[in-house]
Design a protein around this ligand. Structure first.
Ligand SMILES: Cc1ncc(COP(=O)(O)O)c(C=O)c1O
Length: 421
């Protein structure tokens, strides 16, 4: 099939859930993002764009978010087409689409397309840099105890293999201020520190970090920065110029709501040549970002649907999305914080929290509470443990969540508080 015919055949699918999001937009067009955050009829329309299980209240969008119906439809469409003649259609249609995906991601992130590699997830993106940098015995890397297990594992492997030194800083949850986080890194730096890796937003409680301040401080000392943006990209508005890190890796199946198994890596152009790719690529590609994509046959159809997820994201707008996510977190935290035994682990400061929130309930182990909420109320949250520090439940509504669902969660916590674990 000719490429133009292929694209024409997808147009019908773009009228489904994407059209719903686009049609809902005028209802909110005259409002500020903060006003839209409270416009329940607008968000009811947006909810219709998803295929949710109505028998489960999904407050765990932070692990893998459901993709809008439009994104799912397009992914199946790409798969069906490729299945007609996999080798030919992959070569002719799906593989070349990566260039469009790259450009759209670069447009959203605010960088040159030649700095974006399309990856399968945040783990792959971040480990490509962690394992690909030239580090030698005694070189120090700095991260936090609340960084993601897969990036900690990446450093531990280098520790075992190359003798690098891994230093992890801890911080109060929640910390008193963004500056407190900056100063903790600053204090832990030694003449041997080569790299700082940290989360834009932590997976534990949703703590946001002062990315640009940390990156500028590090660069002034000749230290490279890797930012784990798994929970940053597409959750709230920012551009690369607001971060200024050397490397950035993110999942796209979280806040962009692309199909599971999608992510991207950003590498500052002048740094590309110094990072070895995870899978060997031709040496002529040394300075080419595509060397990080040398994985052989991949899930091309899933990758192509990233563009459709960006279309949906743009129809909602990241400003409205962030305002709604913040409103939902404030809504449930305000409702539960008067329940005896509840402690909220977030500060309600836009520089420190957006959609993710976390809490503990006295007398309840977080795993038990998570199990109780699912068994008794069909409410899905995530239990989070930081060894030797704390445990909590992480609560992550998304733009399809309703206030009624949050009320059910609040009632469930109220009952749990009156019940012995
Ligand atoms: C902060 C953070 N980093 C990295 C990851 C890993 O993401 P992925 O599953 O896309 O590899 C996650 C996943 O939850 C995360 O929360």
């Amino acid at each position: 099939m000719h490429r133009r015919n292929f694209l024409a055949s997808t147009v019908g699918f773009q009228t489904g859930a994407l059209a719903l999001a686009q049609a809902a937009a005028p209802a909110a067009a005259t409002e500020s993002a903060d006003q839209s955050a409270r416009n329940e009829s607008y968000w009811r329309q947006i909810r219709q764009a998803f295929t949710l299980d109505p028998n489960i209240i999904n407050l765990n969008a932070g692990t893998i978010s459901p993709a809008p119906r439009h994104v799912q439809d397009m992914m199946y469409r790409y798969m069906e087409l490729a299945s007609l003649q996999p080798a030919y259609y992959s070569d002719e249609l799906l593989i070349p689409q990566v260039e469009r995906v790259r450009r759209r991601l670069a447009g959203t992130f605010g960088c040159d397309p030649e700095e974006i590699a399309v990856m399968r997830n945040a783990t792959e993106a971040l480990q490509a840099v962690q394992l690909g940098l030239n580090l030698k015995q005694g070189d120090e890397v700095l991260t936090t105890t609340q960084d993601y297990p897969s990036t900690l594992t990446g450093w531990r492997q280098r520790q075992a293999r190359d003798g690098i030194v891994l230093k992890t800083i801890s911080f109060p949850t929640p910390p008193p201020s963004p500056d407190d986080l900056l100063h903790r890194f600053e204090k832990a730096i030694t003449p041997r520190t080569r790299v700082i890796l940290f989360c834009q937003v932590t997976y534990t409680t949703g703590q946001m970090f002062p990315v640009r301040q940390i990156c500028e401080m590090a660069r002034a000392k000749g230290i490279e920065t890797i930012v784990d943006g798994a929970h940053g990209f597409a959750q709230f508005p920012f551009r690369y110029a607001d971060l200024r890190c050397d490397y950035y890796g993110s999942s796209l199946h979280k806040w962009l709501m692309a199909p599971a198994g999608t992510g991207f890596l950003f590498v500052r152009r002048e740094k590309i040549g110094k990072v070895w790719p995870l899978n060997a690529a031709p040496l002529e590609l040394k300075e080419n970002i595509r060397k990080f994509e040398a994985t052989g046959v991949s899930a091309f159809a899933i990758r192509s649907a990233i563009t459709d997820a960006i279309d949906f994201h743009e129809a909602v707008t990241v400003e409205r999305k962030a305002a709604r996510l913040r409103y939902l977190r404030q809504y449930w935290t305000n409702r539960v914080q008067s329940i005896p035994g509840v402690r909220i682990l977030n500060r309600d400061d836009p520089a420190m929290s957006c959609g993710l929130g976390a809490m503990t309930l006295e007398g309840w182990d977080s795993n038990k509470l998570t199990g109780y909420l699912m068994k008794e109320y069909r409410v899905h949250v995530r239990s989070r443990y930081v060894p030797n520090e704390f445990h909590c439940i992480r609560v992550t509504p998304n733009i399809y969540s309703t206030l009624e669902e949050l009320e059910t969660f609040v009632n469930a916590v109220e009952r749990a508080a009156k019940t012995r674990a």
